[in-house]
Write a protein that binds this ligand. Structure first.
Ligand SMILES: [Fe+2]
Length: 589
C-alpha cells in the first residue's frame, strides 16, 4: 500500500511517502524551494517523494493531509465572531487566506496529483503529531504528550499508544486543551515580545534564557494558571493573538513586562534593558518547563507507563525535554527528529496506514535520514567549473584527512548521504569544527552563521563516550539520539569543550550510534585519536536566514559565501583557494 502524507499552509510544509507500512522518504518543502519555513503547498516535496519512491500518482492508495481544514476554519470563524467588532479588520484577510487554499485542500490535492477525491484522507493535527512521535519510536507502549501553538482547536493533547500482540497499533488521545489556551502561543508571544520571529525563532528565546534569572516567574504565572482538572488556562487579557494576527501581546502585557524589544535592537546583556529581556526569556522558559513537567508527571501516574513520546513544536525545547525525563517519572522519553508540523506529513501517513487501513504495525527505521541524497560528482563538477581545488579520496583516507584538518582548526562543511528530516543537522548536512576553544564559537558566529553571540553550538559524540563528557541521566542517551535534550557538560571538561558549552554549562548533545551514521562516527573516532577527545562541534549547514543545504550545489554556494575552509560531499573534497579566502575576508562575500 502506497500512502503520501502532506503538511502545508501554516509553516514548514512537507511530504512523506510510506510504502507497505514503512517510510521510504520525507522532505520539507524549504529544502527544495530554498525558502526558509516555506508554507506553500509542497509540490516540490511531493514530486521528489514520488520520484524517489518510484510511484506514479495514480498508484497511490491514499493521500493524507495532516489536519482537518474545516475544523480549523470553524476555529478561526468562531474566534473572529467572538471578538467582533475588534476583529473586523483582520477577519477578511483570514478568510481570504482560508478560502484561497486551506479549505479547498481536497480540490487542490486532487487537481495537482490527479487522484480521485475518495482517496484523499484527513487526520487531526494532533493525531498527526502523536503518530509522528509514537509510531516512529521503538516503544511498544507509551504515554503521549503533544503540544504546539495550535492545530485545528487543540493546542495540547495527552494520551497513549500501544503496539498490540495481534500486530495492530493504536493511538488514543484522552484529553485536549483548546485554543486560545496554548503553551506554544504563550512561548511564541514572548518570542514576539523579545523581537524574534514567531514560529521560527523560539529556540533563540531558549538560548537567551540561559543568560537570565527567573526574576519574572511570578509575572509569567499571572498569564497562565493551572486548573483543577490538571490542565491550564491563559489570562487572555494579556494576549491579542486570539483576536488579531497583527500583535500577540496586549498593552496589559507591556504594562507588566515593560516595553518590547524591536527586532533590530541588539541585546546588550551589560545593560539593564538587555538583562531584562534575558530575565523575561528565563522566566517564561521556567514556567513552560514547570507546566510540562507537572503535566507529564500526572500523565505518568495516570498511565503507569515507563515510556513517554512527545510531539508538536514544543518538543523542540530540549531544556524542557531534559527536565521531563529527569523529573516526571518516565524512564524513557522519545522525541522524533521532526516533532513540528513538517513531521506531521510522516505522522499523518503512518496514522492512516495503522488506524484507517488497519495495516499491521511495522518497525520504523530509527534514523532521521529520509531526504534527498547528496551527489559528490555534482560537487566535483561545479567546483571544477569554479576553478577550486577538488580531490577524490576513498573513505578511509578522506576521514583521516578531515580529522587532521579539524584538529588543525579548520572548519568543514560536511554532506553525507540522505538529508535529515526535521530542523536539526544530525551529521548529514552539518558544519563541523573543533569544539575546544571559545574562539571557534566566535569565529563560526562571525564568519559563517552571522548570528547572535548568545546562540550556543551543539556537540556530537559517539554514544559510548557521551557520558564521559556530559552528565546524562538514565534515558538521556535516547533523548540525545536526535539532539532533543540539553544536558550539563561535566564541569571538568567545560574548559576543553568551550565552543559547545553554553553559558549555563549545558549543551544540546547528539549521542551518535555507529549504525546511524558510520562515516561521521569514524570521523569522531579519528578526531579522538588525534586530540584525545572524540567530540566535534556540529551545527546546521546553512547561513543565517537560509534553509539547511540540500544538494551539493547549495553546499558549494554556502561554502563560497562563508568562512568554511573545506567542503565534503561523498568522496569529493573541495578546498578553498587562498585567493578566494583573501577575497572573502576583504569583502565578506
Ligand atoms: Fe503543530
Amino acid at each position: 500500500m502506497k500512502i503520501l502524507g502532506i503538511s502545508a499552509h501554516y509553516h514548514d510544509s512537507a511530504a512523506a511517502l510510506v510504502i507497505d507500512s514503512v517510510p521510504v522518504c520525507a522532505v520539507q518543502e524549504e529544502r527544495l524551494s530554498r525558502r526558509k519555513n516555506d508554507a506553500a503547498f509542497p509540490l516540490l516535496a511531493i514530486d521528489w517523494c514520488l520520484e524517489h519512491g518510484g510511484v506514479q500518482p495514480e498508484e497511490l492508495d491514499a493521500v493524507v493531509f495532516y489536519e482537518r481544514p474545516m475544523l480549523k476554519f470553524e476555529r478561526i470563524l468562531t474566534c473572529a465572531l467572538r471578538s467582533f467588532p475588534h476583529s473586523w479588520r483582520t477577519f477578511p484577510r483570514a478568510m481570504r487566506n482560508l478560502l484561497g487554499e486551506k479549505i479547498w485542500v481536497r480540490g487542490i490535492i486532487s487537481s495537482h496529483l490527479g487522484v480521485p477525491a475518495r482517496k484523499i484522507l484527513f487526520t487531526e493535527h494532533h493525531q498527526s503529531h502523536a503518530a509522528a512521535a509514537f509510531l516512529t519510536s521503538p516503544s511498544r507502549r507509551a504515554a503521549i504528550l503533544t503540544a504546539d501553538g495550535v492545530g485545528e482547536w487543540a493546542t495540547l493533547t495527552i494520551g497513549h499508544g500501544e503496539r498490540r500482540p495481534d500486530g495492530s497499533a493504536a493511538i488514543t488521545l484522552l484529553r485536549e486543551i483548546r485554543f486560545p489556551h496554548s503553551l506554544g502561543m504563550l512561548y511564541s508571544t514572548f518570542t514576539a515580545y523579545l523581537g524574534f520571529a514567531v514560529n521560527e525563532d523560539e529556540y533563540k528565546v531558549m538560548g537567551l534564557a540561559a543568560y537570565g534569572r527567573p526574576t519574572m516567574v511570578d509575572h509569567v504565572r499571572k498569564l497562565i494558571h493551572r486548573t483543577p482538572d490538571g490542565a491550564f488556562a491563559l489570562d487572555l487579557d494579556y494576549f491579542e493573538y486570539q483576536t488579531t494576527a497583527e500583535r500577540s501581546f496586549s498593552s496589559r502585557f507591556v504594562d507588566l513586562f515593560g516595553p518590547p524589544r524591536d527586532s533590530s535592537e541588539p541585546i546588550d546583556l551589560e545593560t539593564p534593558r538587555g538583562q531584562r529581556f534575558a530575565d523575561c526569556a528565563c522566566s517564561v522558559q521556567r514556567v513552560l518547563e514547570d507546566t510540562l513537567v507537572e503535566m507529564a508527571r500526572s500523565l505518568q501516574r495516570e498511565t503507569g507507563m515507563a515510556d513517554l513520546c512527545i510531539g508538536g513544536g514544543v518538543a523542540l525545547n530540549g531544556v524542557a525535554n531534559a527536565r521531563i525525563l529527569a523529573e516526571s517519572g518516565f524512564e524513557r522519553v522519545f522525541v522524533p527528529a521532526a516533532p513540528g508540523d513538517a513531521g506531521c506529513a510522516l505522522g499523518a501517513a503512518l496514522y492512516a496506514d495503522r488506524t484507517h487501513f488497519r495495516n499491521p504495525d511495522c518497525e520504523v527505521p530509527d534514523h532521521p535520514f529520509w531526504g534527498p541524497p547528496v551527489d559528490g560528482a555534482e560537487l566535483a563538477k561545479v567546483a571544477h567549473e569554479d576553478s577550486q581545488l577538488v580531490e577524490e579520496l576513498d573513505e578511509y583516507p578522506l576521514i583521516e584527512r578531515i580529522a587532521d584538518d579539524l584538529a588543525a582548526g579548520r572548519i568543514v562543511g560536511w554532506m553525507d548521504g540522505a538529508s535529515e528530516f526535521g530542523p536539526r543537522a544530525l551529521g548529514h548536512r552539518s558544519i563541523l569544527a573543533a569544539p575546544h576553544k571559545a574562539e571557534m564559537r566566535d569565529r563560526l558566529n562571525r564568519d559563517i552563521k552571522y548570528r547572535e553571540q548568545f546562540r550556543p553550538f551543539a556537540p556530537v559524540v559517539p554514544i559510548e563516550a557521551a557520558s564521559r563528557y556530559f552528565a546524562l541521566p538514565p534515558g538521556g542517551l535516547r533523548l540525545a539520539r536526535f539532539m532533543s535534550g540539553v544536558f550539563p557538560v561535566r564541569p571538568e571538561w567545560r574548559a576543553r569543550l568551550a565552543a559547545i558549552t553554553h553559558v549555563d554549562g549545558t549543551a544540546r548533545v547528539q549521542a551518535l550510534e555507529r549504525e546511524m551514521s558510520p562515516k561521521l562516527y569514524a570521523l569522531l573516532e579519528a578526531y579522538g585519536r588525534r586530540t584525545g577527545i572524540p567530540v566535534l562541534l556540529n551545527t546546521s549547514f546553512n547561513l543565517a536566514g537560509e534553509p539547511i543545504v540540500n544538494r551539493a550545489i547549495e553546499g558549494y554556494s554556502t561554502f563560497r559565501r562563508s568562512g568554511i575552509d573545506i567542503l565534503v560531499a561523498g568522496r569529493t573534497l573541495v578546498l578553498k583557494r587562498a585567493s578566494s579566502m583573501a577575497k572573502f575576508k576583504e569583502t565578506g562575500t
